[in-house]
Design a protein around this ligand. Structure first.
Ligand code: ADP
Ligand code: MG
Length: 739
């Protein structure tokens, strides 16, 4: 009997037509932010003084008092009701993936037997979601049972369906962060403070420095019928088995290719909905692998960009279902073809412009440029292990170091021009760098940064942290991750480097003042150059312009003292290294206790993911693969018997050779699968007895995960030899090439 389900869903998937999406009457620009209570809405719905207070809160971090919150809530509910909202929710980013929300309606008794719809500052500002089921790594038992969510006024509220959604932080009653947003806001504050102070060397008028993030989100689409027929995709987000398709990405015909119609309709719909929610989507294209795509907005302030990415991922999943697809955000849904990442384009800017932008108009601007480049590199060099930990997960581990994505070593690619500039600053005599020009006074030699600089940053796709003209691109981030994790580590590392830089420059200035008296040279600029020179030398090991995929690089990186660990649970150790704890504590981003608790959650999550995969692989092996292979084996044996019935013995034997060979192969492979599954169960039993979360995660990494490959190998071989019409699971060629 053939396995009809698979063939049926394949046939149906093939026939599906693109969904018609009504285009709104407005231009996309007019539709932008329609469902967001942004500044324009605040201006319209809030009293003038309240509006001004809110702008001060958002732009300058001013304190928000209770009476203002009440007035804001009143304006908000008026606007929300006009857009059909009946409920509201505090929306937060717990340490699990994704976001969390609990909806309440605006309904209240009016005291006269009826009901009215109300919303107050109290409800807007703080809520107590039942936090007991969110991971806390033991924080709640150590400290205080309850947690609460608190409004983040810097990220505007928005409406989804009938609900007013309020971005919040999620913390325990004793103040420990139970989410991503709280430490992110602290890290952004730290980098603002440190960078603003450094900016004052060059321009005392700078008021604040903003960290920017522009993410590029990669994803796969799979037809939902095919998805439903793959329990592994459904339960783990990736295929645990599946032989390579004869054609995959070797033709390189998908990248930037024409977008298939069903997908184009989906993208259009997604963008429209994202624009309404204030997400400034700009770019869409096919990615390298078949059925892989990318969406990217214009960069924004990091906190807002993080919220928008979380929001986009959930909107994407919904819109995909509407179009009969499932969006796969897993970093490695399919073996043998590219996985998905989320490039995090990061920069710092002041109220007057981008800080990582060259060439500047004046020598001062160029010195400032060099300062921010070098100190970013210092942060990345000093905390390369931590940065790797910040993007590591059970799922991203498949991607890193797998010859297609950044290696599991953090290094930075600068391009030839920027490298030459840094080499020049490092090598040139201090006096050579400064020349006295009769008419213009002091001249700084590094002003000769060529105009073409910005367009000339070559692309090195293998680099996890590449300079691309006016920003760094942190490419190692996983497609499923919350960008906040990487942004907390990066902004903290840069804040620390800038603070340390300023301390050393300030100490150097008085020494130089005497030395340079009467020369017309600025002690400050000379001090900056001196410190930069030291730093360029110190952080040299992080600069790598070569091929990050090569084996030589691993050996070379190790010699340079960069972190080359590849075991995910061990990489998490970086969060608890003395230099990481000291940095986070000094900057006020996270305490040792918070870091410990969060690592417990990371190890637990790692273990659970591998555990679920192990169970699914075991189940599918025993109840999908082995029975089907055995059925085919019986068919083959029946063929042998029939041969013997119609032909003389020697002829029947000859004609049955192929059948018997396959029967034997199936017997060997199913036996290998069975013993692999037994080992898997045994290894799990053993690992589950370990109490310590870190040790347990390491056991899962070292003894359970490696068995997946051996079992899969046998299953994929069986897929190749088994009668196609019997095979129960949609194959790679069907999952990847059907629109
Ligand atoms: P790529 O060629 O790498 O795909 P894109 O032009 O698509 O790059 O841009 C990628 C992202 O980088 C976009 O979100 C864009 O807004 C963002 N970006 C551009 N300049 C900056 C900057 N100075 N800081 C942060 N992000 C930026
Ligand atoms: Mg990019």
């Amino acid at each position: 009997m053939a396995n009809e389900l698979r063939l049926q869903v394949v046939a149906e998937a093939f026939k599906k037509k693109p969904l018609e999406v009504a285009t709104p009457a407005e231009r996309p620009s007019e539709n932008f932010g329609r469902k967001v209570f942004g500044r324009d809405k605040m201006y319209k719905y809030l009293p003038k003084d309240v509006y001004e207070k809110m702008v001060d809160v958002i732009d300058n971090g001013a304190q928000l008092d209770r009476s203002v919150a009440d007035a804001v809530a009143t304006g908000m509910i008026q606007w929300a009701k006009e857009h059909g909202a009946t409920h509201y929710t505090h929306w937060f980013q717990p340490l699990t993936e994704g976001t969390a929300e609990k909806h309440d309606s605006f309904l209240e008794h009016d005291g006269r037997g009826g009901m009215l719809e109300e919303f107050s500052g109290k409800l807007l500002v703080q809520q107590e979601p039942d936090a007991s089921s969110f991971p806390s790594g033991g924080i709640r038992s150590t400290f205080e049972a309850r947690g609460y969510s608190a409004w983040d006024p810097t990220s505007p509220v928005f409406i989804i369906d009938d609900t007013l959604v309020i971005p919040t932080i999620f913390i325990s009653y004793s103040g420990e962060a139970l989410d991503y947003k709280a430490p992110l806001l602290r890290a952004l504050k730290a980098v603002n403070q440190a960078a603003t102070e450094v900016c004052h060397y060059f321009d005392p008028a700078v008021k604040k420095v903003t960290s920017n993030l522009g993410w590029e989100q990669e994803y796969f689409l799979v037809d939902e019928g095919l998805y439903a027929a793959r329990p592994d995709l459904l339960l783990t987000g990736r295929t645990l088995m599946g032989h390579d398709s004869a054609k995959n990405q070797q033709m390189e015909d998908h990248y930037f290719g024409a977008i298939p119609e069903r997908v184009a309709a989906f993208m259009k719909d997604l963008e429209m909905q994202a624009l309404e929610l204030g997400i400034p989507c700009k770019t869409r294209h096919n990615e390298v692998a078949p059925n892989q795509f990318e969406v990217a907005p214009i960069f924004e302030d990091t906190n807002l960009a993080v919220d928008h990415n979380m929001l986009l991922m959930s909107v994407m999943k919904r819109v995909a279902r509407k179009h009969g697809f499932r969006a796969l955000l897993h970093e490695k849904p399919f073996a043998g073809i590219n996985g998905s990442g989320k490039h995090n384009n990061w920069s710092l800017s002041t109220d007057t412009g981008i800080l990582l932008h060259a060439p500047g108009k004046t020598p001062t601007e160029n010195l400032r440029f060099a300062t921010f480049i070098v100190e970013t590199l210092m942060g990345v060099w000093r905390h390369n292990g931590l940065l790797k930990a910040s993007i590591m997960s059970a799922t991203n581990a498949h991607r890193l170091g797998a010859n297609e994505a950044p290696p599991a070593i953090i290094s930075s690619f600068l391009g030839s021009q920027l490298s030459e500039l840094l080499d020049h600053i490092e090598r040139a005599d201090r006096d050579d760098l400064f020349r006295l020009d009769r008419r213009q006074g002091l001249k700084l030699d590094i002003s000769e940064i060529p105009e073409i600089f910005i367009d000339n940053t070559d692309r090195n796709r293998t680099s996890p942290f590449a300079f691309t003209g006016n920003r760094f691109e942190f490419r190692a981030v996983g497609s499923e991750a919350n960008c906040a994790s990487a942004m907390i580590a990066l902004n903290s590392a840069v804040a620390e480097a800038l603070t340390d830089f300023k301390r050393r420059v300030d100490a150097r200035i008085p020494q130089l003042e005497g030395e340079l008296a009467g020369t017309g040279h600025s002690a400050t600029y000379h001090a900056i150059i001196d410190v930069l020179r030291d730093d360029i030398r110190t952080c040299r090991p992080i600069r790598f312009d070569g091929n990050g995929y090569s084996d030589q690089w691993v050996a070379e990186a190790q010699r340079r003292g960069l972190d080359v660990e590849t075991s995910c649970p061990k990489i998490f150790d970086h969060y608890l290294r003395p230099e990481s704890v000291a940095m986070f504590e000094r900057l006020g981003v996270m305490t040792r206790k918070e870091l410990q608790a969060r690592n417990e959650v990371k190890w637990e999550t790692y273990t659970k993911k591998i555990q679920i995969e192990a169970r699914v692989l075991g189940d599918l092996s025993m109840n999908h693969i082995i029975p089907v292979a055995t059925r085919y084996q019986n068919q083959l044996l029946a063929g042998v018997a029939q041969m013997a019935a119609v032909f003389p013995a020697d002829k029947a034997e000859r004609l049955s050779e192929r059948n018997l060979r396959l029967v034997e192969e199936i017997a060997e492979r199913t036996a290998a699968i069975e013993s692999g599954v037994e080992q898997l169960v045994e290894a799990r039993r053993h690992a589950n007895k370990i109490d310590d979360a870190r040790q347990r995660a390491i056991a899962y990494h070292d003894t359970i995960e490696p068995l997946f490959g051996t079992i899969r190998y046998q299953i994929d071989k069986l897929e190749l030899i088994t009668d196609d019409s019997l095979w129960p699971l949609p194959k790679y060629r069907e999952l990847l090439f059907i629109r």
